[in-house]
Design a protein around this ligand. Structure first.
Ligand SMILES: Cc1cc2nc3c(=O)[nH]c(=O)nc-3n(C[C@H](O)[C@H](O)[C@H](O)COP(=O)(O)O)c2cc1C
Length: 180
């Protein structure tokens, strides 16, 4: 199963990078093939869905191969970052009938909950299956040690539930796509 982790912000000083790298580790430990897809590497400056850009072709290859997606994103003014939406909009068919799990990130206590709700709706329009399980990484600035380890062990249980659910859907939908 190949399920990459999308890092949804390109902001200088982004805290979400720690979460994305941590989720990548957890996905690998759960037996998934994964990699980081960083919005910084796919910037085009404007919305472009022509698939003529080199970065669109690269994204198309990765999303085509994917059995599902994990998106790690902060909440900016109650929404998702513009660069994440511009990157997602580069391709379309490639997302079809694949599950999407969203991890929210915030400096406050809500863990990006309002962003998660909005991004789920985008996932539906991309023909994806947004899963119910979510991991909210709140007070992210205090959550990780120097080595990138998480200080609050209670996250492990939530991450397991999240990945178990995502993998269930990824397997079920892969089988169904293959039978199409
Ligand atoms: C433009 C901007 C808007 C923000 N809006 C929100 C918000 O609506 N809700 C929230 O919980 N945090 C908000 N934050 C703070 C983020 O939670 C904080 O930056 C956190 O570290 C996660 O984002 P990062 O990956 O960019 O660091 C905002 C930050 C920026 C830069």
């Amino acid at each position: 199963m190949y399920i990459p982790v999308i890092l949804g912000t390109s902001r200088k000083g982004r805290q979400s990078e720690k979460v994305a790298k941590f989720m990548l580790q957890q996905a690998s430990k759960a037996g998934l093939e994964s990699e980081l897809i960083d919005t910084r590497d796919f910037s085009s400056g404007v919305t472009d869905s022509t698939k003529t850009l080199p970065q669109s072709q690269k994204l198309s290859e990765k999303i085509s191969k994917a059995d599902g997606l994990i998106i790690v994103s902060p909440e900016y003014n109650h929404g998702y970052p513009g660069e994440l939406k511009m990157m997602l909009d580069m391709v379309y068919e490639e997302y079809r009938r694949k599950p999407i799990g969203i991890c929210g990130v915030s400096a406050g206590s809500l863990g990006g909950a309002q962003m998660v709700e909005q991004l789920r709706l985008v996932g539906i329009e991309l023909q994806m299956v947004p899963i119910r399980e979510t991991v909210y990484f709140s007070q992210v600035q205090n959550l990780f040690d120097e080595g990138g380890g998480i200080k609050d062990e209670s996250y492990y249980g939530r991450i397991k539930k999240f990945l178990d659910e995502l993998i269930w859907y990824a397997k079920a939908l892969k089988k169904a796509r293959e039978e199409e």
